[in-house]
Design a binder for this molecule. Sequence first.
Ligand code: 173
Length: 494
Amino acid sequence: MKNITPQEIASHNTKDDLWVAIHGKVYDLTEFLPSHPGGQKIILKYAGQDATDAFDPIHPPDIITRFLSPEVCMGQLDISTSAGTMVKKESKADELVRLAREKMPRLDEMYNAFDFESVAKTVLKPEAWAYYSSGADDEISMRENHNAFHRIWLRPRVMVNVQRLDLTTKMLGSNVSMPLYITGTALGKLGHPEGELVLTRAAAQKNIIQMIPTLASCSFDEIVDMAQPNQPQWLQLYVNSDRSITKKFIEHAEQRGIKGLFITVDAPQLGRREKDMRVKYSDDGPEEMEGQKDINRDEGAARYISTFIDPSLNWEDLAWFKTVTKMPVLLKGIQTPEDAVLAARHGCSGIVISNHGGRQLDFAPSAIELLPEIMDALRAEGLEKNFEVYIDGGIRRGSDIFKAIALGATGVGIGRPALFAMSTYGDEGVKKLIQLFQDELVMCMRLMGAPSIKHITRDMVDIRNLKDHFVQSPLDHLGHHAYEQMLPRGLISK
Ligand code: 173
């Protein structure tokens, strides 16, 4: 393979003659440029440079060989000379991120989950913030997820001995320090160079479970290898249209000791997330757009890499999964009592009530609102035994966990809060976030007169207003501040 110097690469830095280096190889992307699903802007930004850091979070390692013809590989980066290390040009956006990171508050100034989100909003690259923070359409479900907790009030019991508290519990047979897990979220390297591995380490230290996402930035094996011996991990599964790929993946996961298989059922097609879509093209001037009137602006990176997901997945497939694995099979993304009952009848070990962080169907109700009616439906059919019900979406306080447990959940998942803590303060941030949730849950249990998880019961919450979407909820100033307001076209804030 031909050795190519950084100087030579740098001389191919225009739209009509465009080379980049990725993982030590040099590619001519001139022809590919207009058809890049993530837009031209991002490739042009790295024209004549090393694009590895931008490439890594979003692309599976084998994507180049799968989608580009071998002829576009011009050779390998010459690292034999001192000039082999490519000097990376700092873009305006990178400079802003660097300056913001220098001004970040100290970790001990983080008092709650919202604080991490507010910091993340200032220090994440615009693409990363847009991707993590966005929800579907008008983001009504996304905001409802936390707001719904405001419609549940507590019924504190006093004169209970709460000197000693026990937050430990069991989830799918694993002992954990509290009923909280880190749910699967894609593209961890957008927020932190080590991506999901940060979450693996923090979960180990705090003895909670991490659910490994199918579309992680790190490979599945890297994430499992990072775990401590006997550290329980779950797998979030997107089912591939090619079932032989899915079968191999499941078998491999079981063999690697994964303790639960969570099949995502709320995403036969990826939702429209407009903040995410806009940011990918926001700098495309008339020149970049020339000759591409037909470009599909719906298709950001996430949509593109999700095209393998099988929209034909249906209830009849469940029998097949049971023949493929002995792992407990759970459905993630259940949103009605009817489907919860069907999941139990089809032999699932449980469900996650979820609207996918409000990123899929806008106006899907929050998980916490559905939880009581789903538990009632399961009990009415005698299906609640040996069936674990989890919820995710909008968990920002220890009292949110308490409310979910009171209403029958075995545990709750956090997605964005873990990503924001990871993206801002790395391992220490995620550990601190989990500790804050733990401290808040301790406080809530003590003031509620519930010395252990088993003592948290349904009569401790008042849900009379839960179904009523038109009561005035108190304004949640922390959440309100962290929330990035959607703006109409032409008024993008960043
Ligand atoms: O919510 C998501 O962004 C998500 O689940 C996903 C799915 C496919 C590719 C990337 C992310």
